[in-house]
Design a protein around this ligand. Structure first.
Ligand code: TXA
Ligand code: MG
Length: 318
C-alpha cells in the first residue's frame, strides 16, 4: 500500500540530513554501502537495534556489524590486537570487517554483539555512507538490508521489495559498486582467521597477513550468521551441470543462458551483478512456474570465491 511504503530519500545533502534525523530518533534507514545496502540503526540505542532484528526476522544470537567513519572511532568500540592495524591501514575504508575484542567502555547496545565479548567493525568506503556517519556522529549497526536468509539487496528497489514498510526510509544512491558483502576477518595472536569470503579477495589479504587459517566449508559455523542456507531465492537453486528442461538458467562467460553474471567472464562484474541476477532469476522463475534456477560455479579465485560462497549457500537444502 502506498501509504505504507518507506520514504525514498535522494542521496544528496538534504536526504542524508533526513536519514541522520530518522536514525537519531531511533528509526531504521536502509543505507547504501559499496558492498550491499545495509539496514541501519543507531548502534547505541537498544530499541532501535531491536527493530533491526524484528524487521529482518533475524535470530537474536546473530550479531550485527558496526559501521564507523574511521579507525579512531573503531578504537573507541574495539581493541586492536597485533595484525589488526596493518589490515585497517591496508583495507579501510573498504569492504573489510574485523571481529575484534569489544572495548570495555564501548557505548553499544548489548544486542548488537548478541552478548559476545567481540564486535564486528567496518569502516565503509561509500561516500554517502561516510557522510552519514560523520553527520550522525554515532556508530551505526547495519546488517544487509534483506529479510533474514534471503537474497541481499544491491539497489533501493531490492530493499523496498524485500522489507517494504518495515524500514522508515531508504537512502537511494543507486546500485552498489562491489556487490558482495564485506570480507570478515578475526585477527588474533595465532594469525588471522577468515570468517567470510567477501569484497576484499583472499589473495589481497594473504599478501599482508600470510596464510589465513579457517575452514569455510558451509555448515562449519564460525561467524554466527554463516548459516549453511542463506541468500536463498524462493525457487530452488542448483549449481553447475547442464540446464534441465524448464529451468531458469544463469550463465557466466558467454554460455547460453536466460541471465548472465558476466558475458565476458569477468569475476568483478559477476560479483557486482550477483544479487541483481538472483533477484531477476527468482522473478522469472516465479513468472514461468520454473521448477528450479541453474547457476554456474565460477573459478575459485579473486571475487569468484565470494560469489561461489553465496551461490553454494543459496543452493543449500532447507
Ligand atoms: O558488507 C557488509 O558486511 C554488509 C554491509 C551492510 O556492511 N553487512 C553485512 O551484515 O553483510 P550481515 O549482518 O548480513 O552479516 C554480518 C555477519 C554475520 O554473519 C554475523 O554473524 C557476523 O557478521 N558477525 C557479526 N558480529 C560478529 C562477531 N562478534 N563474531 C563473529 N561474527 C560476527
Ligand atoms: Mg546478510
Amino acid at each position: 500500500m502506498p501509504d505504507q511504503a518507506p520514504i525514498i530519500l535522494r542521496a544528496d545533502d538534504e536526504g542524508i540530513a533526513k536519514a541522520a534525523a530518522v536514525l537519531r530518533d531511533g528509526g531504521l534507514v536502509a543505507v547504501p554501502t559499496e558492498t550491499v545496502y545495509g539496514l541501519a540503526a543507531d548502534a547505541t540505542n537498544p530499541d532501535a537495534v531491536a527493530r533491526i532484528f524484528a524487521a529482518k526476522g533475524r535470530p537474536g544470537f546473530n550479531p550485527l556489524i558496526v559501521h564507523v567513519p574511521d579507525p579512531e572511532a573503531a578504537a573507541r568500540i574495539a581493541e586492536f590486537p597485533s595484525g589488526a592495524h596493518d589490515l585497517a591501514n591496508a583495507f579501510w575504508p573498504g569492504p573489510l570487517t574485523m571481529v575484534l575484542p569489544l572495548a570495555p567502555a564501548a557505548p553499544l547496545a548489548e544486542a548488537v554483539t548478541a552478548g559476545l565479548p567481540s564486535v564486528a567493525v567496518r569502516v565503509p568506503a561509500h561516500p554517502v555512507m561516510r557522510k552519514l556517519l560523520s553527520e550522525i556522529g554515532r556508530p551505526i549497526a547495519a546488517p544487509s538490508a534483506n529479510p533474514s536468509g534471503r537474497i541481499s539487496a544491491t539497489t533501493a528497489q531490492h530493499v523496498a521489495e524485500g522489507l517494504g514498510a518495515r524500514v522508515d526510509a531508504i537512502l537511494d544512491a543507486g546500485p552498489c559498486t562491489v556487490g558482495v558483502e564485506s570480507t570478515i576477518l578475526a585477527p588474533g595472536q595465532n594469525g588471522t582467521r577468515l570468517l567470510r569470503e567477501g569484497g576484499v579477495p583472499r589473495e589481497a589479504i594473504e599478501a599482508i597477513t600470510g596464510p589465513l587459517t579457517s575452514d569455510l566449508t558451509p555448515g562449519r559455523v564460525e561467524a554466527p550468521g554463516q548459516m549453511e542456507r542463506h541468500y536463498a531465492p524462493r525457487v530452488p537453486l542448483r549449481l553447475g551441470g547442464d540446464a534441465q528442461p524448464g529451468e531458469v538458467t544463469i550463465g557466466f562467460g558467454g554460455e547460453p543462458s536466460d541471465l548472465s553474471l558476466s558475458e565476458t567472464g569477468n569475476l568483478q562484474d559477476a560479483a557486482l551483478r550477483l544479487f541483481s541476477v538472483l533477484h531477476a532469476a527468482e522473478a522469472l522463475a516465479l513468472e514461468r512456474g520454473a521448477p528450479a534456477i541453474r547457476a554456474p560455479i565460477l573459478p575459485d579465485e579473486g571475487l569468484g570465491r565470494a560469489v561461489n560462497d553465496r551461490l553454494r549457500r543459496a543452493a543449500a537444502p532447507e
